[in-house]
Design a protein around this ligand. Structure first.
Ligand code: NAI
Length: 318
C-alpha cells in the first residue's frame, strides 16, 4: 500500500462533518483527492435546532485548500437526500462515514421517551438510512467502504447513557451483518469506538486530557479502513489519543449439561466454574461457531431421566 494514501475520483460522504471528528475526516479526504460531501444538520450537541453554517464552513476550508466538496444540511434520518447530494454533485458514492451523533445523557430513572427516541433516531435510524441509500450504488459498482461509529459507552456501558449505549452497541451488530452481506460485492464495513476532543467531550474531560485527544489522531485508522487496498472487514476498533486497538468477542469454555444426570439449576451451579472459565477461550466470529458447539453436544449420550425443573413464582427450585 502506498505510503501516502489517496482517494482520487472517489466520493466520500461524511455525516456530522461540521465539527469534531467528522470535520477532521472531511478535511483529510478533501486534501487527498476525494470529492467530499460534508453533511451536517448544525444543531446543538443534544440534537436541538439546525444551522447550515457548520457544513458551509468546512466546505469552504476544503475548497480554500484546493479540494472538492459540497455541503448537505439534512438530518441523517433523511439519508437518501445525503446520498443524492453525492450523486448529483459527483455522480457516485464510494465511501460512507456514519459519524453524526448527539448526546442526551440522563440517569435511567429520569429518562424520558424523547431522550431515548432522539438518540435512536440520529444514531441507529440515521446510520441505517445513509447506508441503505448508498447500498444499491455500492452493489452496482461492486465497491463500497463504510465506517460506523460506536463508543466505549456502547461496548462497556456508562452511567447516564443507557440510550446512547444501546444506540452505539447497535452500530456493532449493524456493522457485523453489513460486513457479511457486503463482502462478495467488495463492500467492506468496520466500526470504530473513538475518543477525541470535541464539543461532546469538552465538558466532561479536563483540558490536559483533551489536549492529547486530537480528532486528527483518529483519522489514520479511518483513512486506512476506507482505502481501496484495505481488506479488513467487520472489525471493531478502539481509537484515540494515538492508540489503536482491535476488539473481538471471547467465549468461555462453557458448561455442558447434556451428559449430566439432570438439567437442573443445581447441575449448572456445579459446573459454573466452566461457564466462567476463559482459560480455554474461543474467539467466535459468527453464529455458526456456536452451532458447531451444539452439534458436538448432540453427539453426547442423551440424558436418560431428566429430572423435572419446577418453578415457584419466578424462582427455580434447584
Ligand atoms: P460533535 O458534536 O463535535 O460532532 C457531531 C456532529 O454531528 C455535529 O457537528 C452535529 O451537528 C452533527 N449532527 C448531529 N445530529 C445530526 C443529524 N441528525 N444529522 C446530521 N448531522 C448531525 O461530536 P464528535 O465528538 O465529533 O462525535 C462524532 C461521533 O463520534 C459521534 O457519533 C459520537 O457519538 C462518536 N463518539 C465520539 C466520542 C468522542 O470522544 N468525541 C466518543 C465516542 C463516540
Amino acid at each position: 500500500m502506498s505510503e501516502s494514501l489517496r482517494y482520487d475520483g472517489q466520493t466520500v460522504v461524511v455525516t456530522g462533518a461540521g465539527g469534531g471528528l467528522g470535520r477532521a475526516y472531511a478535511l483529510f479526504f478533501g486534501s487527498r483527492g476525494a470529492n467530499v460531501v460534508v453533511n451536517d444538520l448544525g444543531g446543538s450537541f443534544k440534537g436541538e435546532g439546525g444551522d447550515s453554517k457548520a457544513a458551509d464552513v468546512v466546505v469552504n476550508e476544503i475548497k480554500k485548500a484546493g479540494g472538492n466538496a459540497v455541503a448537505n444540511y439534512n438530518s441523517v434520518e433523511d439519508g437518501d437526500k445525503i446520498i443524492q447530494t453525492a450523486i448529483d454533485a459527483f455522480g457516485r458514492v464510494d465511501v460512507l462515514i456514519n459519524n453524526a451523533g448527539i448526546l442526551r445523557d440522563i440517569s435511567f430513572k429520569n429518562m424520558k421517551d424523547q431522550d431515548w427516541d432522539l438518540i435512536m433516531k440520529v444514531h441507529v435510524v440515521g446510520a441505517y438510512k445513509c447506508a441503505r441509500a448508498a447500498w444499491p450504488h455500492f452493489r452496482k459498482q461492486k465497491y463500497g467502504r463504510v465506517i460506523n461509529t460506536a463508543s466505549a459507552a456502547g461496548l462497556f456501558g456508562a452511567f447516564g447513557q443507557t440510550n446512547y449505549s444501546a444506540a452505539k452497541l447497535a452500530q456493532v451488530g449493524f456493522t457485523e451483518t453489513l460486513a457479511k452481506e457486503g463482502a462478495k460485492y467488495n463492500i467492506l464495513c468496520n466500526v470504530i469506538a473513538p475518543i477525541a476532543a470535541s464539543r461532546m467531550t469538552e465538558t466532561v474531560l479536563p483540558k490536559e486530557v483533551l489536549d492529547n485527544l486530537k480528532p486528527d489522531w483518529v483519522v489514520p485508522l479511518v483513512a486506512y479502513l476506507v482505502h481501496k487496498d484495505n481488506q479488513e472487514n467487520g472489525s471493531i476498533f478502539e481509537v484515540g489519543g494515538g492508540h489503536i486497538a482491535k476488539l473481538r468477542w471471547e467465549r468461555s469454555k462453557g458448561a455442558l449439561l447434556k451428559a449430566d444426570a439432570s438439567f437442573t439449576p443445581a447441575a449448572l451451579i456445579e459446573k459454573w466454574a466452566d461457564v466462567e472459565n476463559f482459560s480455554e477461550a474461543q474467539y467466535p466470529t459468527g453464529p455458526n461457531d456456536f452451532m458447531a458447539l451444539l452439534e458436538e453436544a448432540q453427539k453426547l449420550p442423551a440424558n436418560p431421566t431428566p429430572a423435572p425443573v419446577s418453578f415457584k413464582g419466578r424462582v427455580a427450585v434447584v
